[in-house]
Design a protein around this ligand. Structure first.
Ligand SMILES: *[C@@H]1O[C@H](CO)[C@@H](O)[C@H](O)[C@H]1NC(C)=O
Ligand SMILES: *[C@@H]1O[C@H](CO)[C@@H](O)[C@H](O)[C@H]1NC(C)=O
Ligand SMILES: *[C@@H]1O[C@H](CO)[C@@H](O)[C@H](O)[C@H]1NC(C)=O
Length: 349
């Protein structure tokens, strides 16, 4: 330590990691009452603006902790069938190169995390957990002939307002990290929130005699985060590689390849190509796919051919125990037997 370039590298890494460091709140923030402002110090590395937001809005912190937890689990679930399976997100608040650099994978994680905070706050408003917000306002569109607006819609506006302030502030205030990377992360945060906004849907409940649905009450509600993540995974697969270039008076993100269409609001963008994640490589943040399970009959990303990168696979049989021959007993329980069944598993060499 002490060598200028070593310090520069360290500062650079800190700067790069800071924007989604709050995902580490799942470790430090669970079990905290969040009723005293010094609790905000629990998350080392909150940027000053986030720290202020925490102090002024202690009541939203449980929603933010929940968003961090959901982001981590939903990301891993959504990418379970891919070579890069998001397992490195568990290391939050410290990350590896796969999420520190301007990769396609970090584009996805930023977008999902930004969507998750707003989602979590919007739904906390609805469930009455937050003193400063409640149900979303009644939609301005005229209701259909067979329903009326009612119920309690998700307060997307409040979720977006506070969620944006929280998720974007590390990128707006921090002097660390390159301009290009910050622009990329800001774009992907906004894209995640746009996908969230577009997912707001009309949900209804029937009333009327014996479920005849002669009267319907409807409101605007958000789907669960898995659905947002699945939309974002499609965007991840179609993500556009960009560069941060001077266009007129200011720098903008423009496609690196000349023949690609302009970047849309809901596109995910990235700056550097990712490795193929086939072999372990610490420098690149690749864990490799050795010992990953693959599917012999699938033709998609979890097929043995794609998952194992052509290295082949080992087969082994595993015995699974299942409930079977279930019988219903009056009244009111079910008794099942245990059956053993052999299944073949395939694991990458
Ligand atoms: C915060 O919550 C804890 C645990 O519920 C309680 O012991 C403490 O008195 C509370 N502090 C304030 C300021 O309400
Ligand atoms: C994700 O990939 C890593 C590295 O290949 C592996 O160790 C881990 O078990 C995988 N996780 C799941 C849930 O498959
Ligand atoms: C493997 O893939 C096939 C085809 O997509 C699917 O029907 C099957 O359930 C999968 N098997 C496992 C063990 O996931």
């Amino acid at each position: 330590m002490g060598h200028p370039s070593a310090i520069a590298t360290l500062l650079c890494q800190l700067g790069l990691s800071v924007a989604i460091q709050w995902l580490g709140l799942t470790e430090s923030g669970s079990g905290v009452a969040w009723n005293e402002s010094h609790h905000c110090r629990l998350l080392a590395g909150l940027v000053p603006d986030q720290f202020q937001l925490c102090r002024r809005n202690l009541e939203v912190m449980p929603s933010i902790v929940q968003a961090a937890r959901h982001t981590k689990s939903v990301c891993q679930k959504t990418f379970a069938d891919m070579r890069w399976n998001c397992s490195s997100i568990r290391r939050a608040p410290s990350f590896g190169p796969d999420l520190l650099k301007g990769t396609r994978e970090s584009a996805f994680v930023y977008a999902l995390a930004a969507a998750a905070v707003s989602h979590s706050i919007a739904q906390a408003c609805t469930s009455g957990e937050l003193p400063l917000c409640s149900c979303g306002s009644v939609p301005s569109e005229v209701p259909g002939p067979d329903f009326r607006w009612g119920g309690c819609g998700d307060n997307l506006r409040y979720g977006l307002q506070l969620g944006t302030a929280f998720a974007d502030s590390p990128l707006k205030s921090s002097k660390l990290g390159t301009q290009g990377l910050k622009a990329m992360n800001l774009h992907n945060n906004a894209a995640g929130r746009q996908v969230l906004s577009d997912s707001l849907d009309t949900k209804c409940k029937c009333h009327g005699v014996s479920g005849s649905c002669s009267v319907k009450t409807c409101w605007k509600g958000l789907p669960n985060l898995d659905e947002i993540a699945s939309d974002l995974k499609s965007k991840y697969l179609a993500a556009i590689r960009v560069t941060h270039r001077l266009i007129g008076p200011r720098k903008q993100l423009v496609p690196k390849e000349m023949d690609v269409r302009p970047v849309k609001e809901t596109d995910l963008v990235y700056l550097i190509n990712s490795p193929d994640y086939c072999m372990p490589n610490q420098q690149l943040g690749s864990l490799g796919t050795q010992d990953r399970q693959c599917n012999k009959t699938s033709v998609s990303s979890n097929s043995c051919n794609l998952m194992c990168c052509g290295r082949g696979y080992n087969t082994y049989t595993e015995e699974v125990v299942e409930r079977c021959h279930c019988k219903y007993h009056w009244c009111c329980y079910v008794v099942c037997k245990k059956c053993r069944r052999k299944v073949e598993r395939y694991v990458c060499k």
